[in-house]
Design a protein around this ligand. Structure first.
Ligand code: MN
Ligand code: MN
Length: 294
């Protein structure tokens, strides 16, 4: 990685930190999903970045992949909330998340994922095998009395690619792959008082484009090329389409694209036993010592 690229990542990380500072005093409880998502996504733009994916607001047993739907009437209510957001400038992506606790009985669960993230950062260095990162995450969470989510993981990040190449497990999966110097990785421990697994459950309002080379309908081709250009091939929100492509939405092109399978809606991910889930996430560049971006 060049010094110039490192500089770009550091700048995006600074925006994420500024936004987390703004959110420290923010009252999430009983506020509308749309209002919160709009607020955070507007802050990202105000500070000179672009959202790398829709702001995720995941309450309690929903571990990840929930965002405001178009005209979403829901309000945040529960024991805790995970706020997961990504920012990019020119495709240099920083991904991060934190947990807000509403019911103080869940501070320990919040601490478990935060401790695990810190412990993982402490051992990161070039050429480390990924199982070692998973192992320390798993052990730290278990020492706190909880389970990690076994089927969710951190990930490598590349330019304009949120999930690239290597996965960073949240348990010892025996994977001997080594993390290379200069790699960008997101580490994201999830802790739960449930069983430690998530399953798909319903539409999240987070979407991506699938391969669409075989589509011949020109109105559809034009629409999806506009989507690709607008969101740079990164995930986007259904509610963004309602704002950015009103005409196409009215003409039914969103539903048509979904039925063709070129527009894919991610499912919400819920804990299988209904356990409450906490999350902590940051993005780092692997050096010795690592550059922690948020
Ligand atoms: Mn994230
Ligand atoms: Mn991530």
């Amino acid at each position: 990685m060049t010094d110039e690229e490192i500089e770009k990542y550091i700048n995006v990380g600074k925006i994420a930190k500024k936004i987390r500072d703004c959110l420290k005093e923010y009252n999430f409880f009983n506020k509308g999903y749309e209002e919160i998502c709009d607020y955070i996504e507007d802050l990202i733009l105000k500070f000179g970045g672009r959202p790398a994916f829709p702001v995720n607001l995941s309450v309690d047993h929903i571990a990840a992949h929930d965002t405001a739907l178009p005209n979403d009437g829901r309000k945040v209510d529960g024991k805790l909330l995970k706020v997961d957001f990504g920012i990019h400038i020119d495709g240099y992506i920083v991904d991060n998340a934190f947990t807000v606790v509403f019911d103080r009985e869940y501070h320990e669960l919040q601490r478990a994922s935060e401790d695990a993230l810190r412990a993982a950062i402490d051992i990161i260095k070039p050429d480390i095998e990924v199982w070692k990162i998973g192992d320390i995450i798993e052990n730290t969470i278990k020492d706190n009395g909880f389970f990690p989510i076994y089927n969710l993981s951190g990930h490598q990040i590349d330019r304009y690619k949120l999930h690239a190449g290597i996965s960073i497990p949240n348990y010892n999966n025996n994977e001997k792959t080594r993390i290379k110097e200069g790699m960008v990785i997101a580490i994201e421990p999830f802790a739960t008082d449930g069983k430690g697994f998530v399953r798909d459950n319903g539409d999240s309002g987070i979407m991506r484009l699938e391969k669409w080379k075989s589509i011949r309908l020109s109105s559809v081709r034009l629409f999806i090329s506009k989507i690709e250009k607008r969101y740079n091939g990164l995930p986007f929100a259904k509610r963004w389409l309602f704002k950015d492509f009103q005409k196409e939405v009215q003409r039914g092109l969103v539903n048509l694209c979904m039925s063709f399978g070129v527009l894919y809606a991610y499912p919400r991910l819920v804990e299988v036993a209904g356990g409450v889930v906490s999350q902590a996430e940051t993005t780092i560049i692997v050096y010795d010592p690592p550059i922690v971006l948020v």
